[in-house]
Design a protein around this ligand. Structure first.
Ligand code: THU
Length: 132
């Protein structure tokens, strides 16, 4: 994927950030990803009066991945309300790893990197092989 495509992904993330439901933090997040068949997936954060129930923008992306036919994530970016690239939180790195694996490419605050660098030595589905 070239920089033009990454820019389009970031534009999609910035657009969906405007739809965030973030009345408590007032921190809007938009996320966008590509699936392995080229589908564009987006999500925004959805906060809750019970703060811990908040859904990060990444949750929306993963839900849309499965709701629209499944597959694997191949490329991902998330941004704040100003359209600046931000890092997925720790929990969401784990979430993204489950659905994209080590080769998922992410646009991070320090450039485009594989998940193997964003979440090194990740615990994942392979660790459960043969345990049940
Ligand atoms: N947030 C996300 O949506 N994704 C992240 O990876 C970082 C944090 C949201 C959760 C909360 O609604 C707001 O940003 C402030 O933490």
């Amino acid at each position: 994927m070239d920089q033009t495509d990454w820019d389009a992904l970031r534009t999609a993330a910035t657009a969906v950030a405007e739809r965030a439901h973030a009345p408590y933090s007032r921190y809007r997040v938009g996320a966008a990803a590509l699936a392995d068949d080229g589908r564009l997936l987006v999500g925004c954060n959805v906060e809750n009066a019970a703060y811990g129930v908040t859904l990060c923008a990444e949750c929306g992306v993963v839900s849309q991945l499965h709701a629209s036919g499944g597959g694997r994530l191949t490329h991902f970016v998330c941004v704040n309300g100003a359209g600046e690239v931000i890092m997925p939180c720790g929990r969401c790195r784990q979430l993204l790893f489950e659905h994209g694996g080590s080769d998922l490419m992410l646009w991070t605050v320090s450039g485009i990197k594989p998940m193997s660098e964003v979440l090194p030595d990740a615990f994942g589905p392979d660790d459960l092989e043969g345990t049940n």
